[in-house]
Design a protein around this ligand. Structure first.
Ligand SMILES: [Fe+2]
Length: 198
């Protein structure tokens, strides 16, 4: 368990098709910037004047709104980087079976997830929904938009332009393919097992 405001180590050395330049900007500058902002917001929240709380404008309101932006930016980026660096090959992980159960087949899920990559302006997330015990794909157009409470992100794809434009220009499909070739299914499987308590 890490504390808020701690920068995680990059869990891989290099990726196939996604350049070091992209990784340096994405992880080195953007992700780390979000971590610092989350920390700054947490510190400011400790000192706010609660007597001025107001739903049109107040420090309390603005900080709590932007806290969700910074916090989700950190958590989603960590989830994204954490499952990269693999050979892209699914194995015998339990999650593969569960994906097939909830999407009729693994290939059907893949088709859905990739299509959502084309439909999203920010993130695509395969999450385990604790509300009904199912795996489900979601999209988010910003870090703090459209998340479902009680759903834990497992497979996370960053579709912000900063994730692919240097290497693929506007060819989102090529980026999505490269992403899948770099997935570490063993780590994804371990994460799923940890979430569902197996
Ligand atoms: Fe990103």
């Amino acid at each position: 368990m890490k504390n808020y405001g701690e920068i995680k180590n990059l869990p891989f050395k290099e990726l196939k098709g996604i350049s070091q330049k992209t990784i340096d900007i994405h992880w080195g500058k953007l992700y780390q910037g979000y971590v610092k902002k989350w920390q700054e917001i947490m510190e400011k929240l400790e000192k706010i004047d609660l007597t001025q709380a107001n739903a049109t404008y107040s420090e309390a309101r603005e900080l709590k709104v932007e806290q969700t932006f910074a916090a989700n930016a950190v958590l989603l980026h960590e989830a994204y980087f954490d499952i990269l660096g693999g050979d892209g090959k699914p194995g015998t992980e339990k999650i593969i079976e569960t994906i097939a159960r909830d999407y009729d087949s693994f290939d059907n899920w893949l088709t859905h997830f990739k299509a959502l990559g084309m439909a999203s302006r920010g993130w695509v997330v395969l999450a385990y929904d604790f509300n009904d015990g199912k795996l489900r794909n979601y999209i988010a157009d910003a870090h703090n938009l459209y998340g479902i409470w009680g759903a834990a992100p497992i497979v996370v794809l960053d579709m912000y332009e900063h994730a692919y434009f240097i290497d693929f220009g506007s060819d989102k499909k090529a980026y999505i393919e490269a992403y899948f070739q770099n997935l570490n299914w063993q780590k994804i499987g371990d994460k799923y097992n940890k979430i569902v308590g197996k």
